[in-house]
Design a binder for this molecule. Structure first.
Ligand code: NAD
Length: 471
């Protein structure tokens, strides 16, 4: 049994003022694995005060100093890779396949910000005036459970690059990963108060961060519902917000694509991180005249997907993070059946032999109409919707007929054609013929998938306030 009973404020591990206890549950078997003491508003205020004090000095740091801090953070985080892998598997049921791949990027968040700092101009001349880009202030970082380390590291790297101090509130369900991150960041040996952690609930710690006037910006990754709450509170004091929210990303397979390649990639992609990924391509748009071929390939792929214990190297889909999330996904499968979509693979209930944990069958609906709830709403579980289209133009219209606009995917034998289609799809990040990642290009959503962009120079600018000095 593990206990997380410290938070990290002003360079020290301290016992929280909050005393409420939250149980940590292994989603593979629903056994209790630990407890975290939840911090409260008092703890949050203390962390904000430490960050505010540290900002006075840190905001004046040089780029060279900040590159040195980023390098130290990267080294410290990379030393703990194996701990992260073990804990992510146990704590949220991340599959061995996914966590070993994703953890390789953790250090890269710091590298990419170092690369940006090497060329970024914090002072620019426009005509006879000077534009100075200064750090926005104390930043509240609020992150979800499905990408805890990666979200925290990417946001911290950007804040440090900008000269901002931070108070981090990770998901209460990521307490064990948070413990490792706190230790790693402490070991990096930055001056006290630059990085602070407060564990706790969203409506307590998160709400205090959002409402507190000494926090100049919130960088949030999580659901659209909570993003809206944050934006509403933040507007009262014109607090800056970057919101990375949900998605229902379309994956357009054009009629010239190699289906034997594109369809398996689409199915595995939809199930990335056990289908608990904001950028998962959960709507598969296929030419109507090739629907039968697509269905046949997709069914075979789904039947070969391994749903199982996350520590097994061949597992493709692990458990859903919680019983609540399991129930939510089951409810959507029921809704899909009621709406008249054709069940191609999977369906309701748990796979045989996996009754103890929150496991869902690899599920595919076909003949889905884009107006159905299973095509419009984020499910966050292994439920893929195959939607037929008649023309390329209709495919683009269906892709854009969504409240979301986080990511999109296009497959075609003709890259120029795929580019033309991509340029008409409203999404913040569009991948052609596969799943590429580049931490230097902007990431974020159109429409209800968010406000603002992260990563690279675009991400850095969201932590900077331009000041024009005219002479
Ligand atoms: P969530 O919105 O429930 O929680 C996210 C964080 O917000 C948690 O730390 C939570 O404690 C906190 N929170 C909850 N209520 C709050 C409040 N009133 N004020 C301030 N903070 C509050 O999301 P989740 O279930 O942890 O994560 C899944 C969601 O995150 C999905 O919708 C997914 O698409 C989204 N997500 C988006 C991205 C992206 O980059 N766009 C990446 C990962 C996950």
């Amino acid at each position: 049994m593990k206990t997380v009973n410290k938070i990290y404020i002003n360079g020290e591990f301290v016992t929280p003022h909050g005393a409420e206890i939250f149980d940590l549950i292994n989603p593979s078997n629903n056994q209790k694995i630990g407890e975290v003491i939840l911090a409260d508003e008092t703890d949050t205020k203390n962390a904000i005060a430490a960050a505010k004090e540290a900002f006075k000095t840190f905001s004046k740091s040089t780029v060279t100093e900040r590159i040195d801090y980023l390098t130290k953070l990267k080294v410290a985080v990379e030393k703990r890779q194996q701990d992260f892998i073990d804990i992510m598997i146990e704590e949220y049921g991340g599959t061995h396949q996914f966590v070993t791949m994703s953890i390789k990027y953790t250090g890269a968040w710091f590298d990419s910000m170092i690369e940006v700092l090497n060329t970024y101009e914090f002072e620019k001349a426009i005509n006879s005036s000077l534009v100075k880009l200064q750090p926005v202030g104390v930043v509240g970082i609020i992150t979800p459970w499905n990408a805890s380390n990666s979200s925290v590291c990417s946001k911290v790297a950007t804040a440090i690059a900008a000269g901002c101090t931070v108070v981090i509130k990770p998901s209460e369900m990521s307490a064990l990963q948070t413990q490792v991150l706190m230790e790693a960041f402490h070991d990096a040996g930055l001056p006290k108060g630059i990085i602070n952690f407060v564990t706790g609930l969203g409506n307590v710690v998160g709400a205090e961060l959002t409402g507190n006037p000494d926090v100049s910006k919130i960088s949030f990754t999580g659901s659209t519902a909570v993003g809206k709450l944050i934006a509403k509170t933040a507007v009262d004091i014109m607090k800056r917000v970057t919101l990375e929210l949900g998605g229902k990303s379309p994956n357009i397979i054009l009629d010239d694509a190699d289906l034997d390649k594109a369809v398996p990639m689409a199915v595995y992609g939809a199930y990335m991180n056990s289908a608990q990924a904001c950028i998962a391509p959960t709507r598969l748009l296929v030419p109507e005249n090739r629907l039968d071929e697509v269905n046949a390939i997709a069914k075979t792929v789904a039947e070969n997907i391994v749903v199982g214990l996350p520590q097994n190297e061949n597992t493709n889909i692990g458990p859903m993070v919680s019983v609540k999330q399991f129930d939510r996904v089951q409810n959507y499968i029921k809704i899909g059946l009621e709406e008249g979509a054709t069940l191609l693979a999977g369906g309701e209930g748990k796979p045989e032999g996996l009754e103890e944990g929150n496991f869902v069958k690899a599920t595919i609906f076909t003949n889905v109409n884009n107006k159905m709830r299973i095509a419009q709403e984020e499910i966050f579980g292994p439920v893929l919707s195959i939607i037929p289209y008649k023309t390329e133009q209709e495919a683009i219209e269906i892709a854009n007929d969504s409240p979301y606009g986080l990511a999109a995917y296009v497959s075609s034998a003709d890259e120029d054609r795929a580019m033309r289609v991509a340029s008409q799809v409203d999404a913040g990040r569009i991948c052609i013929n596969g799943f590429s990642h580049d931490p230097l290009v902007p990431f974020g959503g159109f429409k209800q998938s968010g406000i603002g962009r992260e990563y690279g120079a675009y991400g850095l600018e969201a932590y900077l306030e331009p000041k024009a000095i005219l002479r």
